[in-house]
Design a protein around this ligand. Structure first.
Ligand code: SAH
Length: 218
């Protein structure tokens, strides 16, 4: 597939960045990543003009690409440093994955919907992004690749999965929207010692749910 990025799209991304700055996104590296990654290519042709509004959008299999402000906010909370190992739960469209990769980190990303996993695993490398893709259950994480410097969950978690906490390095950060139902609260957990965490809350967000059982291949 050919990925076209035009001056028009670049201009729309600049406008989006102004909106994000107004919402408190101010890390230069995060702004640069949002400016670089084309978001319209994740949308079907008919909806591309909406790609630079600050909205979530259907990406198939009942899932959504998160609001750009949410992607930027979660990325900012992770305080990423180049070369870090990051575990992402909920690959979805892969947009958040690309933003993480633009921050210079190594990304291990898990998706439980086979159709999305298949699609994104092909699409991202075409765009020049090659994280490690895994089809599986985010609740279990990736013990074989642990520990991780950072963990980001991009679906609404009913609780903080113990396995993921175990796979976080001491000194590491987990950013996770916690809550059942429509709204979740964004938590940032810093692992200060084995079984000891500092917790901060960062307002209400709305994610698709983090689900436990693998869906059938759709
Ligand atoms: N970061 C994505 C957001 C996608 S929405 C993006 O930028 O597009 C959240 C994704 O989490 C969905 O694709 C959903 O299928 C996935 N998901 C939900 N529960 C999961 C689980 N237990 N393990 C892995 N992925 C999960």
């Amino acid at each position: 597939m050919q990925i076209k990025d035009t001056h028009l799209h670049q201009g729309l991304r600049k406008r989006l960045i102004e909106k994000l700055k107004a919402k408190g996104i101010d890390f230069p590296e995060v702004i640069a990543a949002i400016a670089k990654v084309p978001r319209h290519v994740f949308f079907d042709e008919a909806f591309r003009e909406m790609a630079y509004d600050d909205i979530a959008f259907q990406i198939g299999a009942g899932q959504t690409i998160s609001h750009p402000s949410t992607v930027a906010f979660q990325t900012q909370l992770l305080e990423l440093k180049k070369g870090e190992k990051v575990l992402e739960i909920g690959t979805g469209s892969g947009y958040q994955t690309c933003i993480l990769m633009e921050m210079g980190v190594k990304v291990f990303t898990i998706e439980r919907q086979k159709s999305l996993y298949d699609k994104t695993k092909l699409f991202l490398p075409e765009m020049g992004y090659s994280p490690r893709f895994f089809y599986g259950d985010g609740f279990a994480g990736l013990p074989a690749f642990a520990p991780f410097d950072k963990v980001i969950i991009t679906c609404g978690a009913p609780f903080v999965p113990q396995e993921l906490l175990k796979q976080l390095k001491t000194g590491g950060i987990m950013v996770i929207p916690v809550g059942e139902g429509e709204k979740q609260t964004m938590w940032r957990l810093v692992k200060i010692a084995e079984n000891q965490y500092d917790k901060d809350e960062f307002g209400q967000f709305s994610f698709v749910p983090m689900l436990e059982k693998k869906a059938k291949d759709k």
